[in-house]
Design a protein around this ligand. Structure first.
Ligand code: VGL
Ligand code: ZN
Length: 201
C-alpha cells in the first residue's frame, strides 16, 4: 500500500478518448488494466471526467470556418479546437466500461463552463479558476500525487504542472498514459513536466 498522503489521480479515461470515440487517443484503452491494478495500491483515489455542454467553446463546431485541431485565441490564451467530445450525459462522456470506478473517492468534472476549457484537474485553462480539487486533497492530508490517464500531452500534463506549482510532489506514470501528440506536443509536454520537477516514471 502507498502512504495515505499519496493520491492516485486518474485523468479522463472516457469512451470519447478511447478507440472508436470522438477524440480517440491511440491505445487509450490499453492502459486500463494497469490503472485498475494501481487503484488497489492507493488509499486516496480521484478520477476526473471531461464534461462539456454541447455548445462548448473548445469545439470547432462552435467556430464558423474552423476545423478541429486548429488553434484560436481565447481571452485566456491559445486554444486548440477539438471535435465535439465528452458531451454531458452522452455515452462518449462515460468512463470506459473496463475501468474500475468503484474505488473512486472523488470524481471531479471539468470543462462545464461554455466559455472556457479545462484540461487540468486543478484549474481551468486560465490557470486560476479552481476546480476545488486542491482543497479536497489538502483537507485529506495529501502531499503527493501520482497521475495516469489521457491524454499525456493535454490533461495529464496540465494537471501535473498545476500540481507541481501548488507544491505537491508529482509523478506521472507514463506507461499508464497515452498522448494525442499534435505537432510534437508529447515531447514538449515531457520537457515542460521535467522542468517543473515532475517525476516521469
Ligand atoms: C483532453 C482535449 C480536450 C484530455 C480533454 O483529456 O487530454 N484533451 N479535452
Ligand atoms: Zn475536452
Amino acid at each position: 500500500m502507498r502512504p495515505a498522503h499519496d493520491a492516485l489521480i486518474v485523468i479522463d479515461v472516457q469512451n470519447d478518448f478511447c478507440p472508436g470515440g470522438a477524440l480517440a487517443v491511440t491505445g487509450g484503452d490499453d492502459i486500463i488494466p494497469q490503472i485498475n491494478a494501481l487503484l488497489t495500491e492507493f488509499q486516496v483515489r480521484v478520477f476526473t471526467q471531461d464534461w462539456h455542454p454541447a455548445n462548448h467553446s473548445s469545439f470547432a463546431s462552435q467556430h464558423s470556418g474552423k476545423n478541429p485541431f486548429e488553434i484560436v485565441d481565447m481571452p485566456y490564451g491559445g486554444q486548440v479546437l477539438w471535435p465535439d467530445h465528452c458531451i454531458q450525459g452522452t455515452p462518449g462522456a462515460a468512463f470506459h466500461a473496463d475501468l474500475n470506478t468503484d474505488p473512486a473517492d472523488m470524481i471531479i468534472r471539468k470543462g462545464f463552463r461554455p466559455a472556457i476549457d479545462s484540461y487540468s484537474a486543478f484549474f481551468e485553462n486560465d490557470r486560476e479558476t479552481p476546480t476545488g480539487l486542491d482543497g479536497y486533497l489538502r483537507t485529506r492530508g495529501v502531499s503527493a500525487v501520482t497521475l495516469v490517464g489521457l491524454a499525456t500531452d493535454f490533461c495529464v500534463q496540465y494537471s501535473a504542472l498545476d500540481a507541481a506549482r501548488l507544491g505537491y510532489n508529482v509523478t506521472v506514470v507514463e506507461s499508464a498514459c497515452r498522448a494525442i501528440d499534435l505537432d510534437g506536443s508529447l515531447e514538449d509536454a515531457r520537457e515542460a513536466m521535467l522542468d517543473a520537477g515532475v517525476v516521469l516514471d
